[in-house]
Design a protein around this ligand. Structure first.
Ligand code: TYD
Ligand code: MG
Length: 453
């Protein structure tokens, strides 16, 4: 083996390095994710050059200019970015293949180039120019400020970016890019890391905002976006049920703002923004059906009304079946144990299925009370009033505990025409001044049951 070259085993999920192959990654605990890669030490910037140019500044002399942010003209996208695109930032947009990442970013390009002087470069390593053109035709008319390039060689891309100096660049996707300095295949951890590193220097050095597309993979064929989460400024995940039309853009890390969500709907001509997601999520709610209740979850700073569904039926086997779609399975089991022990409902003889309607994934404990109420409603076969909303965390002794920002949740319920809210008892003080909605405080599950049925 030539000097300077060595073999490292990388976990394709989280990028953890080992000198020998392991069955399970000690970092992320995923199985069978280690892949052998040959790495050569990247040349990098020479230290002497970097040292000469280094200037040290006092904090007070550093100017920030928040007006520099560019709007994407999509309210939902801007919110997730923390109020617009920050110049020179590196944004990772991750998600399952086919979820709509390329569509979202091409649409963003479409909006950006409406303003003169916002030249945008879209670099695709996955699709041909004709394929991009087909997608673009569905989105709208593009002017000459959008430049396209089909390329995967980083040296060429770097040269083009330095020559054209666009304001924004989209790289679709980071897993197809390769640098000749790294000997392993495109999509491997060392290639993905090296490519991201080069893009980071380009973004900071030339003041170009770069959007990187990263596919989330389970099979470990290509390195997942988690490998580079710590290198970029902003990490957004595009998620949703591929079979449902709506998509959630979720901020997971943002150096320039809070983590928020944006809601979109995939349609005939690309993605449309959903301005009132609560209304959208509740649109298919059945009427007078048992086992269904509405709750409010807080995503970032944004309240979202959701329908929780539960179905219980007497089990035919010794071991009851339980499933939880859209929420934590263990949490559902725990809540059922609380119901059995504290309320005396014999759920151990029942199969139970819990579902968050619309395919959303929520792990917030504030939806506990709604899960519990939906289970009781299904067990009793008694429908819950449609204009009633419940939220609260349920503790092991059946008590209902406080949740964050109750007033925002109640206001959202009131806006959508709900008449009654059952909230944790400790939150009543905070929400009692909200008009046009009746608030009932509950200390225990029993209090809530008495108020609902
Ligand atoms: P795409 O952006 O190619 O996904 P990704 O880049 O994340 O792999 O989206 C592909 C899906 O979106 C595909 O199933 C077709 C659908 N789609 C629409 O429904 N309407 C549209 O206008 C467009 C452009 C795509
Ligand atoms: Mg794509």
């Amino acid at each position: 083996m030539p000097k300077g070259k060595k073999t490292i085993y990388f976990c394709q999920e989280c990028g953890h390095e080992e000198s020998k192959w392991l069955g399970q990654c000690p970092m992320c605990k995923e199985w069978n994710t280690f892949v052998e890669e040959k790495v050569t030490k990247a040349s990098g910037i020479t230290t002497t050059k970097a040292m000469k140019e280094t200037v040290v500044l006092p904090l007070s002399e550093i100017e920030i200019n928040d007006h520099n942010r560019t709007s994407t003209s999509m309210v939902e996208f801007d919110r997730v970015l923390g109020g617009g695109i920050v110049p020179g930032s590196l944004v990772l947009v991750g998600g399952d293949p086919g979820i709509g990442k390329s569509t979202l970013l091409l649409q963003m390009c479409h909006r950006l180039i409406q303003i003169p002087g916002q030249q945008t470069l879209y670099i695709s390593g996955e699709e041909s120019l004709a394929q991009i053109k087909l997608r673009a035709n569905r989105i709208g008319d593009f002017n000459d400020d959008l430049l396209l390039l089909c390329e995967t060689n980083l040296e060429i891309i770097k040269e083009v970016m330095e020559r054209k100096k666009p304001r924004f660049v989209v790289i679709d996707s980071i897993q197809t890019m390769y640098s000749e300095d790294v000997s392993s295949a495109p999509g491997s951890v060392s290639q993905v890391r090296e490519s991201t590193n080069i893009f980071m220097h380009l973004a900071k050095g030339l003041g170009i905002t770069i959007f990187l597309v990263g596919h989330v993979t389970k099979e470990g064929v290509v390195a997942g976006p988690r490998v580079l989460e710590h290198m970029v400024d902003t990490v957004l995940y595009f998620e949703g049920d591929r079979h449902a039309a709506y998509r959630i853009l979720r901020g997971v890390k943002n150096r320039f703002g809070p983590n928020e969500i944006g809601v979109f709907e995939m349609g005939q001509s690309g993605l449309a923004e959903v301005e009132n997601p609560s209304e959208y999520m509740l649109s298919g709610k059945p009427q007078n059906a048992s086992g269904s209740v509405v709750t409010c979850s807080l995503e970032g700073t944004r309240p979202l009304l959701l329908e929780i569904q539960a179905l219980t039926s007497q089990t035919n086997f010794g071991m009851p079946r339980r499933t939880a779609a859209g929420t934590d399975y263990n949490r559902v089991n725990l809540l059922m144990a609380v119901l059995e022990k504290r309320i005396g409902i014999p759920l151990s003889g029942y199969d139970a299925y819990v579902n968050i309607a619309g395919g959303m994934r929520i792990n917030e404990p504030a939806i506990d009370l709604a899960i519990v109420m939906a289970l009781i409603s299904s067990y009793k076969n008694a429908a819950i009033d449609e204009r009633l909303l419940v939220f609260g965390e349920v503790g092991l002794s059946g008590e209902i505990r406080a949740v964050s920002r109750p007033e925002q949740r109640v206001i959202e319920a009131q806006k959508l025409g709900f008449e009654t809210c059952i909230v944790p008892w400790v939150a009543v003080r905070a929400v009692k001044n909200i008009k046009d909605i009746k608030v009932i405080g509950a200390k225990t599950i029993n209090d809530a049951v008495a108020a609902v049925f």
